[in-house]
Design a binder for this molecule. Structure first.
Ligand code: ATP
Ligand code: MG
Length: 268
């Protein structure tokens, strides 16, 4: 397949069959890894400046089908950042208390405060993905959520949080391969859940639900990236690159020192 955009054009319906999950932009694994290492180091520097500056934050949203590589991406992409400046939140099935509130209630407290990077491993998008596919609430309820999500993301973006959303796009065949690997490798068997199989059966419904998300909640303030994720090394490079680029654009800087610092003499 020819060149394909990482960020789909705004205002157009996204068709996932136009996006090749094995796309690597002609790169070799070695080149990609070398490039990613350099970018990781830069991410570490930029994250320190983000923290020191303390005026903005960055939210990274990761969504994928099972075995899509969310955990692997988190592990590799953030290799070089100071753990003190980063928070990871995994959104699982809601508790009864969470279900007794609106769907964004459990999300808002985890939006990164000024100076921090926040990573969402799954997110508020589950409420228009798994919830839509399984009709866990009536359509008139989930239909309204796309707009609620856009308003929520606009709110936090206007207040100084840069938002980057990544859909890790694997093929159905690649999911099968990774599930099989989990079954065959004793050190990976713990990752295999019987419950993942019925979800695999709903693959086409999930792709439709993802297309709706990528089309209806894709804004300049909070853009989606369709990450070709069959090749883990390309997935990690693309995410790392996008985060570094965003932090460069945010113009994170060390703050000015206190006035008079040049004449300070440290007493013996
Ligand atoms: P792992 O890679 O470890 O399996 P995971 O993200 O799949 O990580 P699990 O505990 O296996 O974690 O799965 C979490 C489950 O919770 C997913 O099936 C997801 O769809 C579901 N979930 C998350 N948010 C919601 C929600 N708002 N409503 C219903 N189900 C949800
Ligand atoms: Mg799981």
């Amino acid at each position: 397949m020819a060149d394909q955009p990482l960020i789909p054009p705004f205002g157009k319906k996204v068709h996932l069959e136009d996006y090749d999950p094995s796309f690597t932009n002609g790169m070799s694994k070695d080149d990609a890894k070398a490039r990613e290492k350099k970018l990781e180091a830069r991410m570490g520097e930029l994250q320190e400046m983000l923290y020191a500056q303390g005026t903005q934050s960055l939210l990274v949203v990761l969504q994928a089908m099972d075995a899509g590589g969310k955990d692997g991406a988190i592990k590799h992409v953030f290799d070089a950042v100071n753990p003190q400046g980063v928070g990871v939140t995994a959104f699982k099935q809601p508790t009864p208390e969470e279900l007794a509130h609106d769907f964004l209630w459990r999300v808002h407290p985890h939006v990164p405060p000024k100076g921090y990077i926040g990573i969402f491993n799954r997110s508020h998008y589950e409420d228009v993905l798994v919830v839509r596919v399984n009709q866990l609430v009536p359509q008139e309820v989930w239909e309204k959520r796309y707009e609620h999500i856009n308003a929520f993301e606009r709110l936090i973006a206007e207040r100084g949080t840069r938002i980057l959303k990544f859909f890790l796009h694997i093929s159905r065949d690649e999911q099968k391969r990774r599930f099989q690997e989990r079954l065959d490798d004793p050190s990976k068997q713990w990752k295999f859940a019987m419950g993942d199989l019925p979800i695999r059966e709903q693959w086409d419904d999930y792709m439709k639900a993802y297309e709706a998300v990528l089309t209806r909640c894709h804004t300049e303030a909070a853009p989606w990236h369709v990450v070709p994720a069959n090749k883990k090394w390309y997935r990690d490079l693309v995410i790392t690159q996008s985060i570094v680029q965003a932090l460069e654009e945010m113009e994170v800087r060390y703050p000015d020192p206190e006035p008079g610092l040049e004449s300070v003499v440290i007493p013996d």
